[in-house]
Design a protein. Structure first.
Length: 287
């Protein structure tokens, strides 16, 4: 379909640009120790500096819903998009008597399609400690102090978003800004969704799920056949069929707004079958 083809072209262009990936800046995410679940992961923030392939910076690890943290200096390199780094020395920490902050080495790779920087780590000063990083670009500056500019409130939402298969925030913003709406067409006197529209609708669901402040307006229409009252009902049924589809696929009903206009807002003539087909539709708008 036209909108999906255009968006795929956009993603290809973005992927080509990502070939020159530069990790400089703040990243946030989790360190998931092997054998544990993401909800039990250590929160991590990393400030990378890339100078002609040489990586330096600091990492900060936090235990969720606690005051305990550790800041470590790191160093390494980046080659063909792969970051290879080691935590060198702990520079600051607040730890409990039962916790130990292990230094790790890691290899990370950036996925331009999802926006995540992921890879495995292994402890260099603790036995049998291995796991995985999942990171994404942050929109705040790294801090080595007692408190970060960002609170830990993001963590539970991140766990849910990742489990739902959503991309990193920077990619979700691109998806939203470049999303191309298209009408959903219906057969004569019907409000059954054609299978051919499912991919488009699923793509819209992912965009809306990826932005907590985003809703979608669903507006039903008909051609001019039938009475005004009948067409108002039919256009409502078409909009309702779309919202039912959305809710069944996990989109909350409070993210949806229904409108129905019957035959009052045609986009084509009602004097021939082709024009009537274009008028039997549902339109969309982000609000």
């Amino acid at each position: 379909m036209r909108s999906l083809a255009l968006f795929s072209s956009f993603l290809l262009t973005f992927s080509l640009l990502a070939a020159d990936f530069n990790p400089t800046g703040t990243w946030q995410g989790v360190m998931i120790r092997k054998g544990t679940k993401m909800k039990d992961a250590t929160l991590v923030y990393i400030d990378f500096v890339n100078e002609e392939g040489s990586i330096s910076g600091f990492s900060r690890e936090e235990i969720y819903d606690s005051p305990y943290f550790s800041v470590k200096k790191l160093g390494g390199d980046i080659n063909d998009g792969e970051i290879d780094f080691k935590q060198i020395v702990e520079t600051k920490s607040n730890k409990s008597t039962r916790s130990k902050w292990c230094r790790v080495s890691a290899k990370l790779n950036y996925d331009s399609a999802t926006g995540y920087l992921t890879g495995q780590y292994i402890a260099t000063d603790c036995r049998n400690v291995v796991g995985n990083f999942i990171l994404y670009r942050a929109d705040f500056e790294f801090s080595k102090g007692e408190d970060m500019e960002s609170s830990q409130i993001w963590f539970e939402q991140f766990v849910k978003d990742y489990a739902d298969g959503l991309n990193a925030p920077e990619i979700r913003k691109l998806e939203r800004d470049n999303f191309i709406f298209e009408p959903i067409f219906f057969d004569y006197d019907e409000f059954v969704i054609r299978y051919e529209h499912n991919d488009f609708l699923d793509g819209m669901i992912n965009v809306v799920k990826g932005h907590s402040d985003l809703r979608v307006k669903v507006t039903g229409h008909t051609d001019s056949d039938g009475s005004d009252q009948y067409n108002d009902t039919l256009s409502w049924n078409r909009a309702q069929a779309i919202t039912t589809y959305f809710v069944k696929r996990g989109l909350s009903a409070d993210r949806l707004v229904i409108e129905f206009k019957g035959e009052r807002s045609p986009i084509d003539t009602n004097t021939n079958p082709q024009g009537k087909q274009r008028n039997r539709r549902v339109d969309f708008e982000f609000i």
